[in-house]
Write a protein of this length. Structure first.
Length: 133
């Protein structure tokens, strides 16, 4: 009987969780949460990469070095800072060479995962210089 109830509960939870939320290890960048401020309050740029290193900053699926790399940012790349967990920053950014409004410069009353037209992910704060906000 317990097994049947457990299997029913598992089936129900899978049925109501959207597929995008089931991606293993994915930790979305949250934006908004204030009716009076921008959805993402600060702007930054990539700095401090080792000149003898690989020349890019890894953007990760979550706030940890063990998380999957989803993208790479070059030195000087601009990011909008939306979220923070310890030394990790949740950022939103335009694809390289694109001039896209990422839709985070106006208020969003409810805190929610970023779902806009730009890319998002997590970077280590050691390599981001705050330039505004």
């Amino acid at each position: 009987m317990r097994l049947a109830i457990g299997l029913l509960a598992l089936a129900w939870s899978v049925a109501i969780v959207p597929p995008s939320a089931m991606s293993e290890g994915m930790d979305p960048v949250l934006v908004g949460g204030d009716e009076l401020s921008d959805a993402c309050p600060s702007l930054g740029r990539v700095i401090g990469l080792d000149p003898k290193g690989d020349g890019f900053l890894s953007v990760r699926d979550g706030p940890a070095a063990r998380m999957r790399e989803r993208d790479r940012l070059e030195p000087g790349a601009s990011v909008t800072i939306c979220d923070e967990r310890g030394p990790w920053l949740g950022v939103v950014y335009s694809p390289k060479g694109a001039s896209v409004d990422c839709d985070v410069s106006s208020p969003r009353p409810a805190r929610a995962p970023y779902d806009g037209p730009c890319r998002s992910g997590w970077v280590h704060s050691r390599f981001i210089e705050i330039v505004a906000g």
